[in-house]
Design a protein around this ligand. Structure first.
Ligand code: URA
Length: 217
């Protein structure tokens, strides 16, 4: 039976446009300029969808015709938090939609001795606890760094239900690990792959997102 993600997962509508974009970034022959362009398109959709899950209040405005329009207004302030380095690729997409958005950063790397994810650096807006946080990382593989990042946000006073985790490609293992620890948090993802390979890369995945986006080895 096909994989059914838990209710905390919001899978982007699987449109042909989205599929065409993910096909391009998954192709190993895609050149960097196209990788960046089509990743950015997907990131923009992810950000827009993520924002749909934040609260709004009713708002009435008067249009130039003199009539009232019953609309809505965003409620609450947000901030982005990128998991370095790959998550930094998603910052611009967030800025394009949310002008002057504050963006914090977290650096997590595997500890050489314990092989566990270790927090090396965190810098957040001082009032992060009162904001909704869009956590940015393009690939949800084992979930190890995401879990460490979310634990860090909770340590800084952010409520779990105020975190939205945005990623381009996820897999059942990473989703299960994150949801088991943080059942109140939502994950917005563009596609869910089959699983992890023996090197803990997502399969079929797209390789190393950070290296392909930033042009490094
Ligand atoms: N990070 C990546 O960039 N790719 C994967 O497949 C897994 C983690």
């Amino acid at each position: 039976m096909a994989y059914q993600p838990p209710k905390q997962v919001i899978l982007l509508p699987q449109t042909q446009q989205l599929k065409a974009c993910t096909t391009i970034i998954r192709d190993k022959n895609t050149q960097r300029a196209d990788f960046i362009f089509y990743s950015d398109r997907i990131i923009r959709i992810l950000v827009e969808e993520g924002l749909n899950h934040l609260p709004v209040v009713e708002k009435t405005v008067v249009t130039p015709t003199g009539r009232e329009f019953q609309g809505i207004d965003f409620q609450g302030r947000i901030c982005g938090v990128s998991i370095m380095r790959a998550g930094e690729s998603m910052e611009q997409g967030l800025r394009e939609v949310c002008r002057s958005v504050r963006i914090g950063k977290i650096l997590i790397q595997r500890d050489e001795e314990t092989a566990l994810p270790k927090l090396y650096y965190a810098k957040f807006p001082p009032d992060i606890a009162s904001r909704y946080c869009l956590l940015l990382d393009p690939m949800l593989a084992t979930g190890g760094s995401a879990i460490k990042a979310i634990e860090t946000l909770l340590d800084y006073g952010v409520a779990e239900e105020r975190i939205l985790f945005l990623n381009l490609i996820s897999c059942p293992e990473g989703i299960a690990a994150v949801v088991a620890k943080f059942p109140l948090m939502k994950i917005v993802t563009a596609e869910i792959d089959a699983g992890l390979d023996e090197k803990l890369y997502i399969n079929p995945g797209l390789g190393d997102f950070g290296c392909r986006y930033f042009g490094t080895d």
